[in-house]
Design a protein around this ligand. Sequence first.
Ligand code: ZN
Length: 243
Amino acid sequence: MVYGLISDIHANLEALEAVLAELSGVDAFLCLGDIVGYGPDPEACLARVRGLRPLTCVVGNHDLAAVGDYDLNWFNPYARAAVRWTAERLSADDRAFLAALPDRAEVAGAALAHGSFPHAMEYVTDTLEARAALEAMPRDLGLIGHTHVAEAYRMRAGSRLCAQVPFHSGGEVKLEEGLRQLINPGSVGQPRDGNPLASFGRYDTEARRVEVCRAPYDVEAVQRKMRRAGLPAPLIERLSVGR
Ligand code: ZN
């Protein structure tokens, strides 16, 4: 079974379509949250993700914020403005879909959460935070998003030494007995690891492998839509540089 890994789409339809074209042969999809927020196409991205079958999806902080279920004080002013813009555009049905998403899931030997374990909305940005998550996760493989940085962390059973593996230009990890691994496939719609290409992954349960890849998309088309929508300039500009 091959699962397509998508996370942090952030209402970027052009990036999502480019990634789904790359994932056309997969058997199922795992979405790690933040379908909406920041970008100009929340309804279209929700329709596209909801149409993926079979799909397991966990909720992100921006998804919760868009349905009024997350404290906006955690957001910077640009993110807050985008949350308000997004909330006005969601149908009752899309709101119900987002509100019903779980904050954790387990599929095919992998534990899924938007940000970390055991607290789904915390961030994993270094080996210290990763070690806590690796120790808390209920499976040897953890799949997370939230930071928009494609990377992996690994730790041997019985050891407290945690190693960080950057996937800035893609990469792959092998799953091994006795090795706990936390993998972030990066962000589809707003990468922040210095590479503006859309980031995504594939989890192959038979080959016991997770790979992370990048796909080009029409960044300028998205930026034009964001300008027309009146979304904050810093959110538009960052897409060009992947920061
Ligand atoms: Zn996000």
